[in-house]
Design a protein. Structure first.
Ligand code: G3P
Length: 241
């Protein structure tokens, strides 16, 4: 399953990229507004920071306006995917932009029948909002299961991009259901890394290592100044296993 970051914050993007963790980015007007920066320079920098699809949402309500904005976004960078809402006008814009070979991420999807229409309109991605469904006591992940079943039944190529992800269990369930992509805030991505036993285990290993007398760790004492030496030593230990 691919992992996207649901953020327009460049510090978060750079950090996530440095972990090799993300395959793309999704934004929305709220996330862009939160950065308080000029729109196009920010969009360009996001595309230069992450090597993968970057979803940018139109802000018009009518199809003609969405198509115009979508054409402008697509000219900015080959990684741009245009986000259109799952409305009648959004479906019209999806058909038009898709016919012009511009990829569309149909967003604000809350039902399997909506997702069926998005696929029939030629959507490249469909974004079901699982967290917002959970917020109103609906089972958001059940929707993902339904969409995967329907798309599988008819061989639709639209990729299911699980959005409005709120916690690691959404990510786990999305992967179990075979979703193509999950997009998440930086806080959820961070939570995926964390495990108390990993921290405990590392502390214990390093505490035990410290018990070794310095002369037994010559490589460390000789090259304490050059951080570069450290990884090499670890690699050696791994290959011996
Ligand atoms: O990008 C759309 C979506 O991920 C929004 O999530 O947390 O605002 O429901 P949220």
């Amino acid at each position: 399953m691919k992992i996207f970051l649901d953020s327009a914050n460049l510090n978060e993007l750079r950090e996530a990229v440095s972990w090799g963790a993300i395959d793309g980015v999704t934004t929305n007007p709220s996330l862009v507004a939160k950065e308080g920066r000029e729109f196009f320079p920010l969009l360009k920098e996001i595309c230069q920071t992450v090597n993968g699809p970057v979803s940018m949402e139109t802000v018009s309500r009518d199809a003609a306006g969405m198509v115009e904005e979508g054409r402008t976004f697509a000219k900015l960078h080959p990684n741009i995917v245009v986000k259109c809402p799952l409305t009648k006008e959004g479906l019209k814009a999806t058909r038009q932009l898709t016919s012009e070979k511009i990829r569309v991420n149909v967003t604000l999807c809350f039902s399997a029948t909506q997702a069926l229409l998005a696929a029939k309109a030629g959507a490249y991605f469909v974004s079901p909002f699982v967290g917002r469904l959970d917020d109103i006591s609906h089972d958001g992940m059940a929707l993902i299961g339904d969409i995967k079943t329907i798309y599988g039944n008819y061989g639709f190529s639209t990729q299911v991009l699980v959005a409005s992800v709120r916690h690691p269990l959404h990510v786990l369930e999305a992967a179990r259901l075979g979703a193509d992509i999950a997009t998440m805030p930086f806080s959820v991505l961070e939570a995926l890394v964390k495990h108390p036993l990993t921290d405990l285990g590392l502390d214990r290993f390093l505490k035990d290592w410290e018990k070794l007398p310095p002369e037994a760790k010559t490589w460390q004492s000789n090259s304490r100044t050059t951080a570069a030496a450290r990884p090499r030593a670890q690699k050696t230990s791994r290959t011996n296993r």
